[in-house]
Design a protein around this ligand. Sequence first.
Ligand code: SF4
Length: 688
Amino acid sequence: LLDPAPIDRATTTTCGYCGVGCSLRVHVRDEQVAAITPVHGAPVNRGHACVKGRFAYAFTRSRDRLTTPLIREAGRDSPLRPATWEEALDAVADRLTAVRDRYGGEAIAMISSARATNEENYLAQKFARTVLHTNNIDNCSRLCHSPSAAGLTASFGMAGGTNPFDDLDRADCILVAGANPTEAHPVIGARIKQRVLDGARLVVIDPRRIDLVGFADVHVQARPGSNVAVFNGIARALLDNGHVDQTFVRERTSGFDELTELLRDYPLDRAAHLAGVDPTPLAEAARLYGSARTPAIVYGLGITEHTHGTDGVRTLTNLAILKGAVGTLDGCGVLTLRGQNNVQGASDMGALPDLLPGYQPITAPRIRTRFSRAWGVEVPERPGLRILDMFAAATTGRLHALYVIGEDIAQTDPDTRRVQAALAACDLVVCHDLFLSRTAEHADVVLPAASFLEKDGTFVNFERRVQRVHPALPSPGEAKTDFEILHLLAQRMDADLGCPTPADAMAECASLTPTFAGISHDRLDQEGPLHWPCRGPDQPGESRLYLDRFATPDGRAALAARPYLPPGEQPDQRFPFLLVTGRRLPHYNSGSMSRRTPDLDLSPREVLDLHPDDAARLGLADGDLVEVTSRRDRVTFPVSLTDTVARGQVFTTFAFPDRPTNALTSDCADTTTGCPEYKVTAVALRPS
Ligand code: SF4
């Protein structure tokens, strides 16, 4: 503890900053956080935590916290004014009811929150389906790991990583692709480094020379958008080098012949050419992964946030399947590094337009009937809108109301002009938030929400581990949890969501969701975290998947023959640079929480990383301003000269609203899931 004065109490909870899900001890004095310390012996973080988890808590008592509801008196041009909960809830209930009754439930859409608890996400999708009568519900996994859900399900049968982090401790080769764990998932980054110091080989595939490259045996600095070519090239090399586990392929996989046929077109030289790299590092990457005994793959948003993101996931999983390094004790499988703290859980809970809790398809009559009976309301059959489709529906007059829980879509979603146009086109915009976000500025009603340190429930981390979240603080002013708000709103719309407590919500979810059937708050409190699938109260939960059979319809891992296709945008004479967006260590997503922690002033402003050779060509010195123009908009940044970015590429984040990076980003999206291509935007640079 930084201050030796006695504390009033300490509460153990789960970090709300990233998908690692570290266990934290929150020390409270005078109803303020006095300190946060990592929990020793916690299975995920083993006594470690990063700078965000330990120190970024001042936002909880920031003067910017919303403490009362806000409503507009007369139309979008009038100012937001403080209101009572009665007024605000009545306004939302009346206007949602009016839209639903006039245009039908499909004229309303909800965006649930990857920061909210499982129980809140469960309640949000139940509210959408039973009160609003629509499947128009999605969550921000659409914008990050929806290609993982689709790709992993198609390859292996379930929408989650295959192995626990602990398996990294026995990996003799770790292939990190499209992820920068040192900054985005620091506790895992540290664990990978330790494993390398203990003797594991490390392959890094990333357009930037990220911190882990300093620990790597080989760095494949592939051009953004070339993942499928890279993985097809490595797969071809596994075949050519005799590194394919033929017994595994014969007994436990499908699609081998189609893949080998496709891979005729991907000799290393061609794959390297497509990826803009020398063949030598690509060959070395293939040799290291192929010759390993217990290889692990760790990947992140650099694989998914592409026009061909699902193909990227599928072709990456091909490597683990060919090697026989998944679904067996001889391999460490495929680990997905999820971004937000509960992005796995938001999807697990069915905050998705086509899937009910546990990824049960809405189109399956038997499943829909089960939920309809349990909820006492007919669940709509037609799949709803994905997030980007919601914006298109709003601007074309098909969507009249948008209800956003804890996401700042006007800052974090791509092509923000389009988002703002959609918000302006809606008759009603409602949001729950901690702060007056860019999205809240467009809302008709803003409801003050509780932070993760003020909530009871559970999160799921990116190894499918369900962990308890306990309230350490009361909410400031009149702020309420999303769980309470949804209940109060449903009551005003003459509906009863049931499950009055978060424990009840998890119990109801478990009764309807086979993969969560054995999970309850009581059990988590008594036994500690549990991995899903956990199919009964006497089951331990499966941390390592597919040891007997894969969960695909035929029980086999499905190899995917996917050709390389170029990204949605290409540089040209007008827009000769490629902009890649990502994360920096001190900040989280929109930065709304991390920017409000003065002690965390490591990165107080946004910059654009630029290679010194490009800077010299443009006549720019470190700190100079540069105007960045894409096909959509222009934004000015100070430049930071660094050779961690390749020539012809620039990098920044979207954590600072005064540098609205997503005004620039591409409106291209994954053809399978609609995940935006945040990682490839063609831009021009001009000294400002
Ligand atoms: Fe929190 Fe992630 Fe840092 Fe752990 S690594 S303390 S979960 S932000």
